[in-house]
Design a protein around this ligand. Structure first.
Ligand SMILES: [Zn+2]
Length: 122
């Protein structure tokens, strides 16, 4: 379990740094065997939870979708950015299953700090 938590933290750090060096280190430690065919690649053998996560990450890199992963700067939830221009910042604007409304919270904080710095009129 501690292993999976370390893997999660490393993958999140890669996403936050827009890199994949930590993923590469994990693959060096736990190499995966692939087969190639007309349908693409397939990993060989049944995987443990750790291997399944590593394989999913590799598939995202191969499909050029790894760069679409974002970590919310507030709650650090990692999500897939489906926006057209690949520019989503927050996990969610609304609290719910997909996040805790970090976008709205940040917006309110910004507005409050703006108001606090404004000089009273008159
Ligand atoms: Zn968030």
């Amino acid at each position: 379990m501690a292993d999976l938590v370390r893997l999660r933290d490393d993958l999140r750090a890669d996403v936050e740094g827009r890199a994949c060096g930590r993923l590469d280190s994990w693959l060096e430690q736990f190499p995966q065997t692939v087969r190639v065919g007309e349908g693409g690649i397939a990993f060989r053998g049944a995987g443990t939870a750790r291997e399944e996560i590593l394989r999913l990450a590799v598939e995202l890199v191969l499909e050029q979708r790894w760069r679409r992963l974002r970590a919310c700067p507030d709650c650090r939830w990692v999500f897939y950015d489906q926006s057209r221009n690949n520019s989503r910042t927050w996990c969610s604007m609304y609290a719910g299953e997909t996040g805790r409304a970090c976008g709205s919270i940040a917006k309110v904080k910004r507005m409050r700090s703006k108001k606090a710095t404004q000089k009273p009129e008159g």
